[in-house]
Ligand binder design. Structure first.
Ligand code: BEZ
Length: 211
């Protein structure tokens, strides 16, 4: 069954390039990004995994652990990682699950048979410290993901989790945020000391609270 926003992210125990991982335990109290890619030794995937390795400091800054999934073996992953490091000017620094039995792929509905009946699509699951799924993205094999967008979504989710704000279309770091409808006008002054703008009674903006 499809995993939806608000569901508990299914737990699993798997072999990875960094040893056995018990997923929930490995996440601890951090945020998690679980992302699948179709196959080892493929060009788009090579750029994606290298890009994420180069962006590790950004994920760490956001208290977020990253875990990749591929339906290949640990031995294949280790061989491929040599190519990733060489071609993407990086050193792999996060685990890749060896999901040759498709346990995680099936648990997270990452195989879309009408696209390909054996390989995983490009899924991203954003998981909060409460182990609930906060957002998902799905791309076909031919479209490499924009990991700046993954960071942007993480920033938005963390803002919503910590303050009562949402983020508008095309929001980026430093832009104004939207005060969520559950906050009454009477509560605004105390909750948003940086001030606010009442564009419409239902559209109230405030400077980004955490900067
Ligand atoms: C790739 O990563 O380049 C790729 C993988 C499967 C199908 C198409 C592209």
């Amino acid at each position: 069954m499809a995993i939806r926003i608000g569901d508990i992210a299914p737990d699993f125990t798997v072999e990875t390039t960094e040893g056995t991982i018990h997923f929930h335990e490995w996440l601890g109290s951090q945020w998690g990004i679980l992302f699948s890619h179709p196959k080892d030794f493929t060009p788009v995937c090579t750029t994606e995994l290298g890009t994420v390795a180069n962006m590790q400091p950004e994920f760490a800054k956001r208290n977020t652990r990253v875990l990749a999934v591929s339906v290949d073996t640990v031995a294949d992953h280790h061989e491929w990682i040599k190519d990733i490091n060489e071609t993407q000017n990086t050193t792999m620094n996060y685990p890749v699950i060896a999901d040759s039995e498709r346990v995680v792929a099936n648990l997270y509905d990452m195989i879309h048979p009408n696209a390909d009946d054996t390989l995983t699509v490009r899924s991203v699951f954003f998981i909060g410290p409460d182990k609930k799924v906060k957002a998902t993205l799905t791309y076909p094999a031919s479209t490499g993901r924009n990991f700046d967008e993954v960071l942007r979504v993480l920033d938005s989710l963390q803002l919503t989790g910590n303050y009562q704000v949402a983020t508008p279309a095309n929001w980026k770091q430093g832009d104004d945020c939207i005060i969520v409808p559950s906050v009454t006008n009477e509560e605004i002054a105390e909750k948003f000391p940086k001030g606010h703008t009442m564009v419409k009674p239902y559209l109230r903006t405030t400077p980004q609270p955490d900067i």
